[in-house]
Design a protein around this ligand. Structure first.
Ligand SMILES: [Zn+2]
Ligand SMILES: [Zn+2]
Length: 122
């Protein structure tokens, strides 16, 4: 049976639903990738350590910029099979470069540029 994807903005709906989940007061948390503090607001995003397409339903809060970097550099398959934990992600050579770069940015920093494997972090 073939699944038909409606062309409506499902992504937007998902993001809104996700934002309402974290209503409880939590102590300042550190991003699992870069270990900088996470400031509630638009600089944060939710990541599925096991992609939804593989049955994962757990989410982890992290910086939007760190989240983008992970998905720009690794495929869902690589994430599911080799990089499901953050210790491994931090050991990835390109992500290690990214972490060193992002540590010099303010905790709420994010930009809209497209990430790519070729990007150099200075
Ligand atoms: Zn981060
Ligand atoms: Zn993700």
């Amino acid at each position: 049976m073939k699944k038909v994807r409606p062309k409506t903005s499902r992504r937007r709906a998902k993001l809104t639903a996700g934002a309402a989940v974290n209503g409880q007061m939590a102590p300042p948390t550190l991003c699992p990738l870069c270990h900088r503090p996470m400031i509630p607001g638009p600089s944060l995003d939710q990541h599925h350590p096991v992609p939804k397409s593989r049955g994962g339903c757990e989410t982890v809060m992290m910086h939007k910029i760190c989240h983008r970097a992970i998905h720009a550099m690794l495929s869902e398959r690589e994430l599911a099979e080799e990089f499901a934990d953050f210790a491994r992600l931090r050991a990835h050579p390109t992500l290690a470069q990214f972490i060193a770069w992002v540590k010099k940015r303010p905790p709420e920093y994010f930009d809209r540029t497209r990430w790519s494997k070729e990007r150099r972090f200075k």
